[in-house]
Design a protein around this ligand. Structure first.
Ligand code: MG
Ligand code: MG
Length: 252
């Protein structure tokens, strides 16, 4: 069931989203060669707790940490560990925070030091995929319009669109209906309505769209070991567009 949020709920979702945004900004300063993903996880945990929220991912279906840290060929759901970031890595950090029962969810990919032109290309165009998808969001448009826009942009740039994992509704559950795929056909799928809250999250690969799961039963990696990027915002559908809940728009 797809829920339409009340103004009261949206206010809590806005607060949760803002904590997620602030956590990303806080971690950014630490993203340098030498830091381990476990150290980043601890920083995120403390930061989220200090903002009267809890990390949405911690213990979610058994996930052992507060954030997902996925390096290079890792697509999503990387488990923080004692692995140091190196110059030339890219890292996707996915953060969720729960405030008074409502969640925010946002992933962003970052370059560590000097990265290759190919990785820069991947980061630039995956972020653009997110905004191509967002540009389709307004009441009356359909879910397929979002996926179509993302997929067309990625294909035009010869990038692989991960199909196994999708965006989702967000509310008092981290993952709610509807699924929000990063592929699709124009004018198909459910009709977006004002005050639906969804996370749009293209996961885009430099090479093949094929992915598989590592032996840890969490980490998703690319089939050809080429790098992958992930950009995600939680947004509210508006009459004529959208409001980003996990950005800086609301609290400047
Ligand atoms: Mg996420
Ligand atoms: Mg998500």
């Amino acid at each position: 069931m797809i829920s339409i949020k009340s103004e009261y709920e949206i206010e809590l979702l806005r607060k949760a989203g803002h904590i997620v945004y602030l956590t990303h900004q806080y971690l950014k300063d630490y993203l340098k060669p030498g830091i381990t993903t476990l150290e980043l996880d601890k920083l995120a945990y403390d930061f989220i707790i200090s903002h009267d929220a809890t990390p949405s991912f911690l213990n979610y279906e058994g996930f052992p940490n507060s954030i997902c840290t996925s390096i290079n060929e890792e697509v999503v759901h990387g488990i923080p560990k004692n692995r140091k970031l190196k110059n030339g890595d890219i890292i996707s950090i996915d953060i969720g925070a729960c405030y008074k029962g409502y969640h925010g969810d946002s992933a962003w990919s970052y370059a560590i030091g000097d990265v290759s032109d190919k990785k820069k290309y991947l980061l630039e165009h995956t972020e653009k995929c997110l905004y191509e998808g967002l540009a389709q969001v307004k009441a009356g448009n359909r879910l397929g319009d979002i996926g179509y826009a993302i997929e067309s942009y990625a294909k035009k740039h010869k990038l692989g669109v991960v199909r196994e994992l999708v965006g989702h509704g967000v509310g008092n559950h981290l993952h709610e209906d509807p699924d929000v795929p990063n592929y699709g056909k124009k004018n198909t799928g459910i009709i977006l309505k004002e005050n639906m809250v969804i996370a749009i999250e293209p996961m885009i690969n430099l090479g093949t769209e094929e992915v598989f799961m590592e032996d840890d039963d969490w980490t998703i990696v690319t089939g050809d070991n080429k790098p992958s990027a992930h950009f995600e915002h939680t947004i509210v559908v508006k009459k004529d567009g959208y409001e980003i809940l996990t950005g800086d728009d609301n609290f400047e």
